[in-house]
Structures are given as structure tokens and as C-alpha cells.
Design a protein around this ligand. Structure first.
Ligand SMILES: Nc1ncnc2c1ncn2[C@@H]1O[C@H](COP(=O)(O)OP(=O)(O)OP(=O)(O)O)[C@@H](O)[C@H]1O
Length: 221
């Protein structure tokens, strides 16, 4: 059994800008356990979002390697990376509206997410698990921000993703809505789905089974 769902080895990310090269992440090596919630914590600009994009195979690091379930990804073509991402990885963005298709109702969002990964969604069962029973025919716009984020994590469950990654999933929500998301994250972790979250929300960080602290693009000692 693979103990780590994702591993980074010597990862660095550099951006070229008109003002010169910007180092967003330097020499990060870490192992994400195959169970529970892993949090990337750190102040604004410390490299959390960049690292999350690398972990989710959206962005190739400038140097270093990323392993998913024990297999290296560096030699994969862009197309193979895209297919791997589609099959195995779910990424939830901070703005609830960016995670859902607003012209589809709630049930069809779950069905579309499942279909994109070659799966079939058990809509009523998922909505029950998410604490959103009876909402299958609701418009997404009729839901609160917290309910929308919950549904976004439900789409990750519908896809049966190997790992779920989320960038600041509570940052645009009020306290009550953020509570809904924290409950959902705890639910995913209990179901054995590994979750990786970038956040500086202390309540979310408190739920971490594994925590990595970033400072200026590097792991804090
Ligand atoms: N596309 C880019 N081009 C140039 N610099 C970038 C780019 N993306 C990120 N950076 C820089 O890299 C560093 C890390 O940014 P990143 O967004 O990963 O940090 P963060 O911890 O997620 O911050 P926040 O919490 O504010 O989102 C910052 O100095 C940022 O300005």
C-alpha cells in the first residue's frame, strides 16, 4: 500500500516577470499522507497557492519532482498530465462560483463532475452526506456560499478523486458558511479521502492531521 498520496522532492518555482525572476517556492520536499487532512499554512505570499498548483499537477515546477501514488510525473506529456489530473485530482478554488457550473442545477453539477471522470454520481446519497438533502433541483445561485463550497467538495466525492486539494476554501465565507465547509472537510477526512488545504484560517489549521508551515517559499524549520 502507498503511504503517501503525493510527494515533492526539491521543488522550486520561479516566475519570470518584467522586473526579473521571482522565486515563489524554493527547495520544498514533503510527503502528503494517503489519509487525513494536510494543511499548508503560512502568511500571504509564502507560496501556499503556488505549491498547491504544483501538487495538483496544474503547474510544472521549475526544478524538482512530484510523485502521485508512487509514480513520478516529470516525464509525462502535457496531455498525459491532463488525463491523470482529470482522473485522480480534484481542485477546489476559494471563490465558490469558480467551482460550479451555474446554469446547471445541483444534481446536474454532481452528475457532470462524475461524468468528466468517467463515473456515475449517486446524487441523493451524496447530498445526504453533504448535509444538503432535497436540493438536487435547486439552482446553484439559490445556495449560500458555504453550501456552494460544500457542493464543490461533493463534486470531488462524485468524481471519486484520489486526492482533493483546496485553496483557501473558507476565505470568502462568513463564519456560519465557513463552519459548513469545515464540517465537510472533516467528513471527507473521516471517509479516508486525503485532503490538502492551503489556508491561514486558524480554525481550519486546527483540524490538520499533518501540517506544513511555509515562510518565504520554503518550509519553516
Ligand atoms: N504568476 C506569478 N508571477 C509572478 N509572481 C508570482 C506569480 N504567482 C505567485 N507569485 C509570487 O510568488 C510568491 C508566492 O505567491 P503565492 O500566491 O503562492 O503565495 P500564497 O501564500 O498563496 O499567498 P496568498 O495567501 O496571498 O494567496 C509571492 O511573492 C507572489 O507574488
Amino acid at each position: 500500500m502507498v503511504e503517501h498520496v503525493l510527494r515533492l522532492r526539491g521543488v522550486g518555482v520561479e516566475y519570470r516577470t518584467s522586473a526579473g525572476a521571482v522565486t515563489a517556492v524554493s527547495d520544498v520536499s514533503l510527503d502528503v499522507p494517503a489519509h487525513g487532512m494536510t494543511v499548508l499554512a503560512g502568511p500571504s505570499g509564502s507560496g501556499k497557492s503556488t505549491l498547491l498548483r504544483v501538487l495538483s499537477l496544474v503547474e510544472r515546477p521549475t526544478v524538482g519532482g512530484v510523485e502521485l501514488r508512487g509514480s513520478g510525473t516529470a516525464r509525462l506529456s502535457s496531455r498525459a498530465r491532463r488525463n491523470l489530473r482529470r482522473r485522480e485530482i480534484a481542485l477546489v478554488f476559494q471563490n465558490p462560483a469558480d467551482n460550479l457550473i451555474d446554469h446547471l442545477d445541483v444534481g446536474d453539477n454532481l452528475r457532470a463532475a462524475a461524468q468528466a471522470a468517467g463515473r456515475v454520481a449517486q446524487v441523493e446519497e451524496l447530498l445526504e452526506q453533504l448535509g444538503l438533502p432535497g436540493t438536487a433541483t435547486w439552482k446553484v445561485s439559490a445556495m449560500s456560499g458555504g453550501q456552494q463550497q460544500r457542493l464543490a467538495f461533493g463534486c470531488a466525492l462524485a468524481r471519486q478523486a484520489t486526492v482533493v486539494l483546496a485553496d483557501e476554501p473558507t476565505s470568502q465565507l462568513d463564519a456560519v458558511s465557513a463552519d459548513l465547509v469545515l464540517e465537510t472537510l472533516a467528513h471527507l477526512a473521516r471517509r479516508g479521502v486525503p485532503v490538502v488545504v492551503a489556508s491561514h484560517d486558524p480554525r481550519l489549521i486546527a483540524l490538520a492531521d499533518t501540517r506544513f508551515d511555509l515562510r518565504n517559499g520554503a518550509l519553516a524549520a
